[in-house]
Design a protein around this ligand. Structure first.
Ligand code: AAL
Length: 428
């Protein structure tokens, strides 16, 4: 036998016997070889399962959406008590905070714009003036409203006005969220120091504090969550600051948009602090959610749950991280509330058994046309709570009329392409 034959033989036997051993290894003989049962097992059965079925038991809190505590559909109600100037685009309310309950009333804070014209659009930012807004959230203030029942609201007026130039937020203060910490209240918000749209939607986060949710609010007048260093994903924008109390600290989630205009990517990060005025330390694994737009989180069981909406591979999912930063998809739903600010009774209690949420305030943007662009606040209800069992919130079919779908019609370019494809078939 030549050396060459010997070598070939050993390569052959390595592959033949090696592979045989390997295929032996993946057939788990401890599992039964029976068909998947007609009655859906509540827990993972000890039989051979496809990847999809393995996932159905490993990744979700129930084997069906109805049994999954982090699955819900959403119901929406128009709010009473807010005037929008006949929806002419001069008044906008958007990006609500979490809802809190204090001394017999619910409270919500939000971006309030009241300008003499509707926004002229981010693409026209160079034409914006001291009184003409570029975006729907340009030249805005933070206002608040209270309610006895969560449906009818009384607008109380401004909480945080725009500070004088050159303070952080002089151009616009927007997209706020609330924290209660050791008997004081903190509003975090985006502090714009240039017209939104000039380069991008660039801003850091500022904070004001008060002894009561009714104010008066004292501006800290310093950037509390700075943009990342040059070249970092969050170098230009820190949006949607969203504080919770978790593991004895302030866990402030946020979103940044990056990658440059027209290919804007949105993901979410986390910054942690022992003191509400900072310093906040950004999590080394940021971004910790690969999708989403506005941030919405709540304590759930031992961890943190998140509504992930609108952008990214995992948009319109509900996610869960048992440690507050390693998030997995826990449910896929539809018509999730946009920019949701839920009522979270245990948002600041440092709970390690988060009870979940059943309602909150969200927004609808561009409610009329771009010419009169503005947003409205709305109420959403759901069952993402350990404490209620509302099967009607967990039905996974929403019946929508054909008109709803036809509104998402083809544009003329798309029609041209389709007709061209048909023509080319005909000419073959
Ligand atoms: C929102 C939020 C932030 C952005 C803009 C206003 O929905 O993500 O607040 O800056 O859009």
């Amino acid at each position: 036998m030549t050396l060459r034959t010997l070598l070939l033989l050993s390569i052959f036997s390595f592959f033949f016997f090696g592979c045989k051993n390997e295929s032996k290894a993946i057939v788990d003989t401890s599992k039964e070889d029976t068909p998947f049962p007609y009655k859906l097992p509540e827990t993972k059965p000890n039989i051979h399962l496809s990847k999809a079925l393995e996932r159905n038991y490993d990744n979700y809190m129930g084997a069906t959406p109805q049994d999954n505590e982090l699955y819900s559909q959403f119901r929406y109600t128009e709010l009473k008590g807010f005037d929008y100037n006949n929806h002419d685009g001069t008044i906008s309310r958007r990006d609500p905070s979490k809802v809190i309950y204090h001394e017999g009333k619910y409270y919500v804070w939000y971006t309030y714009r009241n300008t003499k014209t509707p926004p002229i659009g981010l693409q026209n930012a160079n034409k914006a003036t001291d009184v003409i807004p570029s975006s729907d959230w340009d030249l805005a203030e933070i206002w608040y409203a209270t309610s006895e029942d969560g449906f009818t609201w009384k607008e109380e007026g401004v909480a945080v006005p725009r500070p004088p130039k050159p303070n952080v937020g002089w151009r616009s203060v927007t997209t706020t969220d609330i924290l209660e910490w050791q008997g004081k209240w903190y509003l975090y918000y985006q502090g714009f120091m240039e017209v939104s749209g000039k380069r991008g939607d660039d801003c850091p986060v500022a904070v004001s504090y008060a002894d009561s949710p009714n104010g008066p609010w004292t501006p800290h007048n310093k950037i509390v969550i700075p943009n990342g260093d040059e070249g970092a994903w969050d170098q230009y924008s820190i949006h949607d600051p969203y504080p919770l109390v978790y593991k004895g600290k302030i866990y402030l989630y946020y979103k940044s948009d990056f990658n440059g205009r027209s290919n804007n990517i949105r993901m979410q990060g986390l910054a942690i602090a022992d003191n509400p005025l900072g310093p906040f330390e950004k999590h080394p694994l940021n971004p910790i959610i690969n999708s989403g737009h506005e941030t919405t989180m709540f304590p759930f069981k031992k961890g943190i749950a998140a509504l992930v909406i609108r952008d990214g591979n995992e948009h319109y999912t509900i996610q869960y991280a048992e440690d507050g930063f390693n998030f997995d998809i826990a449910a896929i739903s539809s018509y999730l509330p946009i920019a949701a600010g839920p009522f979270i009774p245990d948002a600041f209690t440092n709970t390690n058994d988060g009870r979940g949420i059943t309602w909150g305030i969200s927004h609808f943007t561009n409610v009329t046309t771009w010419d009169t662009n503005h947003a409205v606040l709305a109420r959403f209800d759901c069952d993402l709570s350990q404490d209620i069992d509302a099967p009607e919130m967990k039905r996974n079919h929403t019946y929508l009329k054909p008109e709803f779908y036809y509104k998402m019609g083809l544009n003329s370019e798309q029609k041209k392409r389709i007709n061209k494809a048909t023509e080319s078939l005909k000419s073959q």
